[in-house]
Every structure is written in C-alpha cells, then in structure tokens.
Design a binder for this molecule. Structure first.
Ligand code: AMP
Ligand code: MG
Length: 348
C-alpha cells in the first residue's frame, strides 16, 4: 500500500482534511498529530476499521483503543452513562491530554474496546486532530501510531518508520507538544482512579474531583496486582538495547554512570547515556544525549521517546539514564521510563 504524507505544519488544510476524513469514512487508517503523541486513527464505530488498527500495530486484541471526539455532545452517543464528574473534568481539561473511562453504549463495537463494556474517550487539543475527527464522522479510535512495543511516535517521521506502506495516510503536523500519552482516569468504579499518569497529574485531578486514587497495579511491587488499563501490563516503549535507570543523589549518579561506562568500554562495548543539559558534559567515554533541561520538565517529556528511537538507530550495547522525578510530570515520565527499562533500576 502507498502511504500518502499530507503536510499540515502550519495548521489545517481543508482539502487535505477532507481527503483524510474520506479515508476514515471508507474504513481506512490515517495517522495524525495530537498534543500528546501521534495517533493511528480509524472509524471507532466500524468494527472492521478498528480491527485494522490492531493488525497494523501488531497490538494484542485485548488492549482497548481510545475513542477521540471533537465536540462534547458526541459523548452521549458512545457512553451509556455520563456522570457529573465527566462534565467537570471536561470543563477543566478538554480539549486536552485527559482520557476518561465510561460505561459504553451499544454503538461502540467490542472490537474497539478490546471486549470491555467500558469505553475510553478523549477530546484532543490539537486543531488538526479535531478537524480530522469531524471530517471522519466524529468518532476516531486511535492508539499511538507505533508498532506495538516500540516507543510512541512524537513526529510524523517516527510514524513513517513504523507505518510506511502499512496505512493509507500520515498527516504531518510537526512535533507533538507534550510527547507523552494522555492521563487516563476511570469514572466507572467508585472513587475516580488514575489508570495511567500523564501531563494532567493527581493534584490537578483532585482539585476538580475532590477524591481521586492511583491504580494500585501501577505502583505495587506485587506482580499479582495487575494494572486496570489492559495496555499498562505490557512492556511498552522498549528500546533495542537494555536500558538501566540510575537513581540517587546527582553527583553519585554521574559517578556511577561513568564507572559503569568504563567497565563496558574495557569489554569493547559502547554505551549510551541519557543525561540533561546540566549534566551532559560530566560523562566520559559514552554516547551522551541530553533529554532536556531540569529547569524545564516539559523539555524532558517532549524528548523522551525521540531519544529512545535515536538510540535504536545506533549501535549501543546498553543505555544508562538519569532519573527524572520532576514536579508536575515526574510520575508520568518515570512511569514510561521504568517500563522502557523493564523495571531495571540501579540505586546509588
Ligand atoms: P494508547 O492509545 O496506545 O495510548 O493506549 C490506550 C491505553 O488506554 C491502553 O493502556 C489501554 O489499555 C487503555 N484503555 C483504553 N480503553 C480502556 C478501557 N475501556 N478501560 C481501561 N483502559 C483502557
Ligand atoms: Mg501506545
């Protein structure tokens, strides 16, 4: 299949959006920019179209898709119940990087929800995304537009690396602003529960909802406690080389990474290091990439997946990363990084 690249870096191109919307209405696949990461879109109400997403990504069929809408009223067709908390959250954070889990209506095929009787709903802030959703019929199922197990794509070029020749169209809207997937909050089961941390953190949700909990499956060491979001149990975002997170006091972390690098170098192995603008110059003998500045946590979130992809292109045997426990998004950044590392953490 020939994959068409539509460039919309300067905003909406009406004709291009119409072509993309037609592809969705005909059951095809279009990757598009959002403020979180790039999404791989299909008509969420068409089970054959949804099924194509799973095969394009190689995604396990029990891992449900998020349905993207462009207007608040659209929610009533896909949700069987819309609790008052949903409206409050929408008023506070939509359009934006927040996904809500609600009871699904009969209109949503089980192929879209991975067999669940609940549906994940989000209204993205990106204008190109909302124009596409409207042009495509109003309901676009879209997981991240990567091959399952690879880092999520934050540029159209990342999408092309994984999806060229596999999907109908990629809309290039430039780099995703945030660079991490949406926060997911479950409103179907008692106290609202965060199933996946993101840009919108626990304190921001608590300010609107009062009570909010973190899914125990996200933090528990006990492997018997599974995360409630089916997708969170997989080892996502895995780079090709083994990644280790070195955690502790700043100077000790730098020292330890340099020691470890020297040990690998003695065996003739090359080492990748994920540092920051503040620390990059402190590392020796390794391929060092700065993820951003500790003064600007947005820059760290923004570059995380791109750096993991860059290291995939290089011949490194192992990657060491600093830890990024930043104020607003620290929980989200570390959730993704720890998954990419397969939970390999070296305390110093
Ligand atoms: P992605 O779109 O690739 O960021 O993945 C979507 C995430 O949302 C996965 O972790 C899914 O497991 C989660 N998700 C989607 N729908 C539901 C649902 N109905 N209940 C719980 N988690 C969901
Ligand atoms: Mg994903």
């Amino acid at each position: 299949m020939k994959t068409v690249m539509e460039v919309m870096r300067d905003g909406i191109d009406e004709q291009g959006i119409r072509r993309a919307g037609d592809i969705l209405k005909q059951g095809g696949l279009v990757a598009f920019p959002t403020e979180t990461v790039y999404g791989l879109g299909a008509n969420a109400l068409d089970e054959t179209a949804s099924a194509k997403i799973y095969s394009a990504k190689g995604r396990p069929s029990d891992n449900p898709l998020i349905v993207h809408i462009a207007d608040w009223e659209a929610i009533y067709r896909i949700a069987a119940e819309v609790p008052v908390q949903a409206k409050r959250l929408a008023d506070a954070f939509w359009p934006g990087p927040l996904t809500m889990i609600l009871k699904k209506s009969d209109e949503v095929p089980l192929a879209t929800t991975g067999g669940l009787d609940t549906v994940a709903v989000r209204m993205p802030a990106n204008e190109v995304a909302r124009a596409l959703i409207r042009a495509g019929g109003g309901y676009v199922a879209a997981p991240s537009a990567n091959t399952s197990g690879r880092p999520s794509p934050t540029t159209a070029q990342h999408v092309a690396q994984d999806m060229d020749g596999v999907i109908d169209m990629i809309i290039d809207g430039g780099a995703a602003d945030i660079g991490l997937e949406s926060t997911i909050v479950d409103l179907t089961d008692g106290v609202p529960t965060i199933l996946r941390p993101g840009y919108i953190n626990e304190a921001m949700l608590a300010a609107v909802l009062g009570d909010v909990e973190m899914d125990r499956g996200l933090t528990a060491d006990d492997a018997q406690i599974h995360p409630k979001a089916p997708g969170m149990k997989y080892r996502h975002y895995a780079p090709k080389a083994q990644l280790y997170i070195v955690e502790g006091e700043t100077d000790l972390v730098r020292e330890r990474i340099n020691e470890l690098t020297a040990q690998h170098a003695a065996r003739g192995e090359s080492v990748g290091v994920i540092g920051t603008d503040e620390s990059s110059a402190c590392y020796h003998g390794s391929i060092v990439k700065s993820i951003g500045s500790r003064e600007d946590e947005g820059s760290i979130a923004h570059h995380l997946y791109a750096i993991l992809r860059e290291f995939d292109e290089m011949d490194v045997s192992v990657i060491y990363s600093e830890s990024f426990d930043t104020p607003q998004m620290g929980q989200a950044i570390m959730n993704r990084l720890i998954k990419a590392a397969g939970h390999q953490i070296i305390p110093v």
